[in-house]
Design a protein around this ligand. Structure first.
Ligand code: C2E
Ligand code: MG
Ligand code: MG
Length: 625
């Protein structure tokens, strides 16, 4: 429907409405009075409503020349700015209406080739126009006009009451009604859009996504098709919001929504479920290879750097996948399983995880702080150790201690399942003391048996608020016959970059006391190279995000290369995390990265297995020599 508000002045399309210089009235030719000044863009209707006025484009349908002239004359006397197009038959009107849009139709009931009623029916049947229609009826046509009112005309004027006033009032009311209807319609559409689409990204929202999922299930059931549900949760989005502000966070979400849309095919659905959670329905994707390709593409598109004007940010994502039929056949099961797989991907720092039975209860494994407190007291925490090697020679250089919780209720839990609870409940201090106690004791036993590698411990940022534990740690080490140089303390880059003056004071104190400090998960936070140069840690650990599937010439490769250059120039030991393949290890050696750890070298192992692994490693290198 054409917008009724147009810029003025408009060319007059109908000659009959352009004002001639003379008029014939009462048998005398008189010069017309000068045309009135430009009419205002609004007028006040009889009930006081301000009506936005443009030039009303009116179709006058009447087979009688005299009647048409009469209507035009009356309209000319009103302050309604208008232009008139004539149609002298029902057919001509149909033709006009099919090719042009009008703001108002004035329709004579009696036409040569059909009645106004017939025309109305044909217009409606073919949905030709939505312009308001005023029917002009001769004597005896009124009853039919009333019937036509029921069929959708806006108003009717009996010919005997036709004059400038009745015509003006009817025309203004009809067009005002049309304006109100249009506004209502667009509000309704806006509401409908808001209720189904996410405003920020323009993607379907949770409700529309559910609807599409239901439809996909119905289709898959009927036609034996397959599809998969991907649940995507962004990593580090909170950090973007915290450091760059919510407007930047919004830009990141919009950008990621756009990228996901680009990667998905037309038959797929990409939605934003809320916050930093997205979901995709991928039609006909089911085999492991197909899912790997799709997940890798989606993941890679998210991980591309995002420009926020002056700075680039990187966010990552964890993707959980549930397959229709294999993992569930109804909406709730599929959603819950994709969610559980996504949590598993997050906890294990993997790009994506396909649901399987072991993830079934992932959501349920959220222990409370009371059970964690009891777990610590009952000695349910234990440590696994992951070896770190010199990548070129594979010589062991250290071990990273990773805490586990063997809970009788929840089974073996990984740190991501309970460290956040420990941090938010204040239990982190007790937990860390327990970890350090176990670790120091083990370290001292290894030292006694000739295995003299330093052990790295992960230290939560919350612990840096209070320096009291530093003295406790020194006492504990002395008790075990250890020196600060025997341990490395890992603090994540994110924790360092958001540290306050008090926390930095404690970091300095640790360094002054002779502890080696390591920046963990480097590349995922917002520490600038400059602050690394100022702070000079003993070690930097490249986050596994960059190591994963790294290839020559990729953006990850150039990031790794610049971290290597920085570390080498500053004499900082560099450790690459999460090395899963020989190809990744080879790349790192070529890049000059000194040390590394990962499943390709050795997984985290309990103390006993670590001892066996270390012993085997020593004897194999002795055999070589
Ligand atoms: P992190 O310090 O970056 O530890 C390395 C994580 O990567 C470990 O996960 C390890 O199991 C995993 N990993 C090792 N090799 C590979 C590999 O090749 N591929 C992949 N995908 N992953 C690999 P985990 O044990 O679940 O630990 C997660 C995080 O929990 C740690 O990340 C660390 O930040 C934190 N954490 C661990 N232990 C402690 C602790 O005692 N105290 C505190 N505050 N945090 C801890
Ligand atoms: Mg670590
Ligand atoms: Mg790490």
């Amino acid at each position: 429907m054409r917008n009724s508000i147009r810029a003025l002045p408009m060319p007059t399309r109908s000659d009959s409405t352009s004002r001639a210089a003379f008029e014939f009235a009462n048998g005398v030719i008189k010069r017309r009075p000068a045309p009135p000044p430009q009419a205002p863009s609004t007028i006040t209707t009889c009930d006081g409503t301000r009506l936005r006025l443009d030039v009303a484009h009116i179709l006058l349908i009447d087979d009688d020349d005299v009647d048409r002239e009469r209507v035009k004359r009356y309209l000319g006397k009103t302050d309604l700015r208008h232009e008139i197009v004539d149609a002298t038959s029902g057919d001509e009107a149909l033709h006009r209406l099919s090719n042009e849009e009008f703001d108002l139709i004035l329709l004579d009931y009696q036409l040569g080739d059909m009645t106004g009623f017939d025309l109305l029916r044909r217009l409606q049947r073919h949905e030709i126009t939505r312009a308001p229609i005023i029917m002009i009826t001769g004597g005896g046509d009124e009853n039919l006009a009333v019937e036509a009112l029921h069929q959708g005309i806006t108003d009717y004027i009996p010919k005997r009451s036709l004059n400038a006033d009745t015509l003006r009032i009817a025309a203004q009311n009809a067009m005002r009604l049309r304006d109100i209807e249009r506004e209502l319609e667009s509000t309704q559409q806006r509401l409908l859009r808001l209720s189904m689409y996410d405003e920020l990204t323009g993607l379907p929202n949770r409700w529309l996504f559910f609807d599409r999922l239901d439809q996909m299930i119905a289709r898959a059931e009927r036609q034996g098709e397959n599809f998969s549900l991907f649940m995507i949760d962004l990593n580090l989005f909170k950090e973007v919001n915290d450091y760059h502000g919510h407007a930047s966070g919004d830009r990141v979400l919009a950008q990621i929504g756009e990228r996901l849309k680009q990667v998905a095919r037309k038959c797929d659905t990409v939605a934003r479920l809320g916050g930093d959670e997205f979901a995709c329905l991928l039609a006909n994707a089911h085999s492991d290879i197909e899912l790997d390709v799709c997940a890798s593409k989606l993941h890679a598109s998210i991980c591309q750097p995002i420009s926020l004007g002056h700075t680039l940010v990187h966010v990552g994502a964890a993707i959980g996948i549930a397959r229709y039929r294999t993992d569930g056949q109804d909406r709730d099961t599929l959603m819950a399983r994709a969610d559980a797989a996504m949590y598993s991907a997050k906890a294990s720092h993997r790009r994506y995880v396909l649901f399987d039975e072991q993830h079934r209860d992932n959501r349920a494994v959220t222990p409370g702080c009371q059970s964690l407190r009891e777990g610590i007291e009952r000695g349910e925490l234990y440590l696994e150790y992951q070896p770190q090697i010199l990548l070129a020679s594979t010589q062991v250089v250290g071990l990273e201690a990773l805490v586990r919780w063997q809970s009788p209720t929840y089974g073996v839990l990984r740190p991501n399942d309970f460290i956040p609870i420990a941090e938010s409940s204040g239990l982190i201090s007790e937990l860390t003391r327990e970890v350090l106690t176990i670790g120091f004791e083990q370290l001292s036993m290894w030292r006694a048996s000739g295995l003299v590698h330093p052990v790295s411990f992960n230290i939560s940022a919350r612990l840096l608020d209070d320096g009291e534990w530093i003295q406790w740690m020194l006492d504990e080490m002395r008790h075990q016959g250890l020196a600060p140089s025997d341990v490395i303390l890992e603090i994540t880059e994110t924790a360092i970059s958001s540290s306050n003056a008090n926390q930095r004071k404690h970091l300095e104190e640790l360094s002054d006391r002779g502890f080696q400090l390591s920046v963990d998960d480097f590349g995922t936070g917002f520490t600038s190279f400059k602050s690394i140069r100022e702070w000079l840690p003993a070690e930097v650990k490249i986050d596994r995000l960059f190591v994963h599937d790294v290839k020559d010439g990729s953006s990850d490769a150039s990031i790794i290369q610049s971290i290597v250059t920085l570390a080498n120039n500053l004499g900082i030991r560099l450790v690459a995390e999460g090395i899963e393949t020989q190809a990744e290890q080879d790349f790192l050696v070529r890049s000059g990265c000194e040390c590394g750890q990962g499943f390709a070298i050795a997984p985290p192992m309990n103390a006993e297995d670590t001892t066996a692994w270390l012993t085997a490693k020593i004897s194999s290198s002795e055999t070589k020599h």
